[in-house]
Design a protein around this ligand. Structure first.
Ligand code: ZN
Length: 277
């Protein structure tokens, strides 16, 4: 799981902080992947990275995300006000900002319209059935956010109550994933779409068999132990730490990424996770 700078995918430990041009190259690369995979068409989707607490690098409005160049990207502050760049930021940036505001551990957000996951969103069905063990480990449950008209603040406000999840379906619209870095956020979009496809096949076959509560509880324990854990670490780029997390002694060691807990904290954390799912 441990990554090294340059070729990492979802590293378990914070690596050296990336520079802006590297974040730009990463966003261009992820835009191409989203397009190649058929997760977006034409000018769909948007991608962002929180480079520093008040510096968001994001995709421009109205351009095809499969054909971006690093110079096309724009930088805003944490409230979405343009700082520099030759284009306008996406009108959907606000829902990314909600994720950054609510989740100190999140440093990248991906929004796309992958066909199977978006099918669930159009049908009004959350992906909250414990059907696939891998998905419980890496993504957790995927709720359905209420419909919000794109380009209005409604969309961001519909996302807010679900910001604790790493993947969210947006009713009659698409999907949103978040991660500690861009590759993790993108991987979660792939996992979300892949599992939506499998769920649909299982439904067609007519014999979906959810995992038992006991199996789900064991998977959640593993999720904690192996480091797929939900918000307990600082964001990779800007080291924003929730005061609550720092106060609870959950802040990772800056060098090793190791964390220590009292027994009480550990019980509380596991209880939170089980409740959350
Ligand atoms: Zn969209």
């Amino acid at each position: 799981m441990e990554g090294t700078y340059g070729g990492y995918e979802s590293p378990a430990r914070p690596g050296p902080r990336k520079r802006e041009f590297e974040h730009r190259n990463d966003i261009v690369e992820i835009g191409r992947r989203l397009y190649r995979k058929g997760f977006i068409a034409a000018a769909d989707g948007n991608i962002s990275v929180r480079m520093e607490p008040d510096r968001i690098l994001t995709t421009p409005s109205g351009m095809n995300k499969g054909r971006l160049t690093p110079e096309d990207l724009v930088v805003t502050d944490a409230r979405g006000r343009l700082l520099y760049g030759k284009h306008r930021p996406s009108s959907e940036l606000e829902m990314h900002l909600v994720m950054y505001h609510e989740r100190p551990d999140v440093c990248a957000v991906v929004h796309a319209h992958p066909p199977h996951a978006s099918g669930f969103a159009v049908a009004g069905i959350a992906m909250d059935q414990p059907l696939l063990s891998e998905v419980i480990l890496t993504l957790g449950t995927v709720p359905l956010a209420e419909y919000g008209t794109p380009t209005t603040p409604e969309l961001a406000e519909a996302v807010r109550p679900h910001a604790g999840h790493d993947g969210i379906l947006l009713a009659n619209h698409g999907a949103l994933t978040a991660g500690r870095d861009l590759f993790q956020a993108y991987d979660r979009m792939e996992t979300l779409e892949h599992s939506a496809h499998i769920f649909i096949v299982a439904r067609i076959l007519g014999t979906e068999r959810p995992l038992s509560e006991e199996h789900v509880a064991r998977l959640r324990m593993i999720r904690e132990q192996v480091g797929f854990e939900p918000p307990t670490r600082a964001c990779l780029n800007c080291s924003v730490l929730d005061e609550k997390m720092a106060g609870a002694g959950r802040a990772p060691d800056p060098k090793t990424g190791a964390m220590t807990f009292t027994q009480e904290q550990l019980v509380e954390l596991i209880t939170d996770v089980v409740k959350g799912l």
